[in-house]
Design a protein around this ligand. Structure first.
Ligand code: F6R
Length: 240
């Protein structure tokens, strides 16, 4: 695995944007896997800026998001669908039909998961997957204990994740208890993976993922088994 250390969050975001731009230049019809959360916000801001200046073109790019809360409408301000449109898609020249995010309101979640997995395959697989990491080492909503051979599925969120995410909801009871997430195997099928992490509170999780034991108890540790992974960190998230 490769490790890139940037001075701070700003330069980490700029570097990530640059790496994506390079991939799109090499392959204008890139299939890009995306994450939500606070970490990629700076990256999206930078990509919007570059797109508006004509430095990067999303007109042929396809995207697949990692996850979505289950039982939440796409217009709910805390849905990942809403987040992605507000913070990224509405501001760039991507075609709406090339944007894929699991449906939080699906009537048949199991069927929907299968459909999502098939759609990724149909598009030729994910060329570049962007990941964040949870304090407990989760990737997507694959919590500790998730099978390394899991595919897109419905999962229950851990207490820790519900706690972490409650800052975005008015009341903790409002945080959905379930989600749809790409599986670990789905993520591992990506041709290239870039994991972003910033700040002191992720230090332990990043260290375990990068050089700890490969175990289902630390989902991100599975990345050590992939041939093309880059950890893109700021100084505060790195101490090893
Ligand atoms: C979001 C996702 C999560 C986050 C992780 C880190 O789509 O898949 O795994 O990447 O929870 O979140 P932040 O960046 O808010 O610390």
């Amino acid at each position: 695995m490769k490790k890139i250390i940037e001075k701070d969050y700003q330069s980490l975001s700029e570097k990530a944007a640059l790496l994506i731009k390079e991939e799109i230049e090499k392959n204008p019809s890139l299939v890009l896997g995306l994450a939500t959360g606070s970490t990629p916000l700076g990256l999206y801001k930078k990509l919007i800026e570059m797109n508006k200046k004509g430095e990067v073109d999303f007109s042929q790019v396809t995207t697949f998001n990692l996850d979505e809360y289950l039982g939440i409408s796409s217009s709910h301000p805390q849905s990942y669908n809403y987040y992605m449109h507000k913070n990224f898609f509405d501001e760039i020249n991507i075609k709406k039909e090339n944007v894929f995010i699991p449906h939080g309101e699906t009537e048949n979640p199991e069927e929907h998961c299968k459909w999502y997995e098939k759609k990724i395959e149909e598009k030729g697989g994910i060329d570049l997957q962007i990941l964040g990491i949870g304090g407990n080492g989760h990737i997507g909503f694959n919590e500790p204990g998730s099978s390394f051979s899991s595919s897109t599925r419905v999962v229950s969120l851990s207490k820790e994740t519900i706690e972490d995410n409650s800052r975005f909801f008015e009341k903790k009871e409002e945080v959905p208890k379930k989600a749809i997430t790409m599986g670990i195997e789905t993520i591992l099928k990506s041709k290239r993976i870039i994991l972003l992490s910033s700040g002191e509170n992720k230090k332990e999780a990043v260290k375990k993922a990068f050089k700890g034991k490969v175990t289902e108890e630390v989902p991100a540790s599975v990345l050590q088994t992939h041939s093309r992974v880059t950890f893109l960190l700021d100084e505060k998230a790195e101490d090893f």
